[in-house]
Design a protein around this ligand. Structure first.
Ligand SMILES: [Zn+2]
Length: 278
């Protein structure tokens, strides 16, 4: 920009154009993308393109993934969180990786936080997610960080290979909400609770958090299925019904914030009062 034409040589112009080209893809992002593609292929039989993975986090089809989850997954795909290997890039700290001190794990990666960590609440979160999913009678997939990042492309099929829309949505909702909750719990404890081992989130606390997150999704689903309010943009009520079939007992359950007794029960205090004050 701003070069005088009479002094511009071909070599200079070429260099300037080269400099403007899109930056090289980052090695770590590429690696994470490749691994995510492989896992999605293993679970669905379809090998998605790289852009399909990015787009699955951008388009947020059928209100399945929340904006918060997509921002988290987007950043994780870039390995944008200051975890473990991040410090490799900083001079002087080259060999000083961030371990997970609590677990004595050499590197605190997102995969460690989601699957192994003893202080992120992951064990309790996944246990409850599987319990909810068990109501569907279908198999729960093996979940790693790649499954979480490619969750928007996962599908659930029946024995004839036909995609079950409702079940696909439920699985995507459960995996994305669980992963995001684990990440939130880890940050809350490390930052908000000063890594105090006596202040770890308790099992009932964690279970209530996931129940609340899933119940909220159920309520939003039915709200978005309102044709009068959203017209053609409304969610398909049949798909919403199929999503929560067996897991929640229909529209009735939303009113009382009760979701499938014994599976997802909202706390009494969060129920709306009856009658006039509702
Ligand atoms: Zn850990």
């Amino acid at each position: 920009m701003g070069a005088a034409v009479h002094s511009l040589t071909q070599a200079k112009a070429y260099r300037a154009i080269q400099a403007c080209k899109t930056p090289k893809p980052r090695r770590r992002t590429e690696r994470m993308l490749e691994r995510t593609r492989a896992v999605v292929e293993e679970l669905t039989g379809v090998n998605p393109t790289k852009s399909a993975i990015w787009m699955s986090l951008r388009r947020r089809k059928a209100a399945t993934l929340t904006q918060k989850f997509c921002a988290y997954a987007w950043r994780s795909l870039h390995e944008g969180y200051k975890l473990g290997r991040y410090w490799d890039n900083i001079d002087g700290l080259r060999n000083d990786r961030m371990p997970c001190l609590e677990c004595e794990a050499p590197v605190e990666s997102m995969d460690h936080i989601l699957r192994e960590c003893r202080v992120s609440g992951q064990e309790t979160v996944w246990k409850l997610a599987k319990e909810i999913w068990a109501e569907t009678g279908l198999e729960w997939p093996y979940v790693t960080v790649e499954t979480v990042l490619g969750v928007g492309l996962l599908t659930v099929k029946d024995e004839n290979g036909k995609v079950l829309k409702g079940r696909t949505r439920l699985l995507q909702i459960l995996i994305s909400e669980s992963a995001h909750l684990i990440w939130c719990l880890r940050c809350e404890w490390r930052i908000g609770r000063g890594r105090d081992l006596s202040q770890l989130h308790t099992e009932p606390e964690i279970r209530n958090r996931l129940r609340a997150a899933v119940s909220k999704r159920l309520r939003i689903d039915w709200a978005l299925a309102n044709k009068q309010a959203y017209g053609r943009k409304a969610l398909n009520a049949r798909v919403v019904e199929a999503t929560w079939y067996k897991v929640a007992s229909g529209r009735e359950s939303i009113r009382s914030d009760l979701v499938a007794p014994g599976v997802l029960v909202g706390s009494a205090s969060s129920r709306r009062p009856r009658g006039r004050n509702r």
